[in-house]
Design a protein around this ligand. Structure first.
Ligand code: ATP
Ligand code: MG
Length: 281
């Protein structure tokens, strides 16, 4: 097994036959900085939730999964055997509600990725309809919003339209399923790649608590002080923003045990609510 790449959260290995093994660690990153303290089971929780969604979405888009079980035993549960793809260097984001960087961008210019939004929206507001707000996929530094036309100039009109339609379809399908289970998916990011036959394939992870904002439906209240109750890494972001001695660059701070436990509980809650399975570990 050859090591080919390490992102902030996942490591990629290649098997002799060319298959990729994508291994999710328990690391957590905030503001693009990986913190030194792991969240126990996080890698497994994200991998299992992704696998569940890939299956739910199989009629919407082909995915990169070959096997969730045919992986080295030491990585069982946290690894996926998948097809190597030529990844498209754009982060495809759908937003149904306003929060995070989308909210910041809106406050600055009234639009996100060139999509104009009505005046008067606040943190947590539901958008008139879900929007496609792609960003760059920066190898260094932070991702930045780009417009639909900027994606067109890189990938062409047909491909860009396909990416937008797929992203919005994945979001809408996911949001509808999650809502029945008490979770609002405020926004989500997906990544696509091109396979050997030239098809667009859903890769990486999908509709997880790292790639999405998950909110409790029954506590949702636009403009709520402190933001919505989230079942994602917002909890770690919120804790980290209370630190006065960290400037959001490396090295990140150690996470205290109570924050680790509360974060893990949120990842478990999202997994259990969405899949209906009990987390056993
Ligand atoms: P970066 O991608 O910039 O390293 P990251 O921290 O989000 O950021 P990880 O999520 O930790 O990265 O690593 C996963 C990497 O694997 C991503 O770069 C993703 O694009 C890539 N990837 C996921 N699925 C595939 C696939 N099927 N083929 C090739 N690359 C893939
Ligand atoms: Mg990633």
């Amino acid at each position: 097994m050859k090591h080919v790449y390490s992102g902030k959260i996942r490591d990629l290995y290649q098997d002799d036959n060319g298959d990729l093994i994508l291994v999710a660690s328990d690391k957590v990153s905030v503001y693009d900085v990986v913190l030194p303290t792991p969240i126990p089971d996080k890698g497994k929780l994200l991998t299992q939730l992704s696998l569940w969604w890939f299956e739910q979405l199989a009629d919407v888009v082909p995915n990169h999964v070959i096997s969730s079980t045919d992986v080295p035993a030491e990585w069982a549960g946290r690894a996926v055997r998948c097809r190597p793809l030529k990844m498209l260097t754009v982060e495809c984001i759908a937003r149904g509600y306003l929060a995070g960087l989308g909210l910041k961008e809106y406050e600055k210019q009234g639009s996100v990725s060139g999509v104009a939004l009505p005046a008067g929206l606040v943190e947590g507001s539901k958008l008139p309809e879900p929007i496609f707000t792609p960003t760059t996929k920066a190898t260094e530094g932070h991702d930045e919003f780009i417009t639909f036309d900027e994606v067109v100039s890189e990938f062409g009109a047909d491909m860009t339209t396909r990416l937008r339609d797929l992203t919005l379809e994945i979001y809408s399908r996911g949001a509808a399923v999650a809502r029945e289970r008490g979770i609002i998916i405020a926004d989500t990011k997906v990544e696509f790649g091109i396979d050997a036959e030239g098809r667009v394939v859903l890769a990486d992870e999908v509709l997880t608590s790292d790639s999405s904002r998950f909110w409790a439906v029954d506590e949702w209240e636009p403009g709520r002080p402190g933001g919505q109750r989230a079942m994602d890494k917002q909890f770690v972001r919120d804790w980290s923003s209370t630190l006065t001695d960290w400037d959001r660059t490396y090295p990140g701070p150690e996470i205290p045990a109570d924050i680790v436990a509360a974060t893990r509980a949120r990842y478990v809650e999202a997994y259990e609510r969405i899949t209906g399975n009990t987390w056993e570990s």
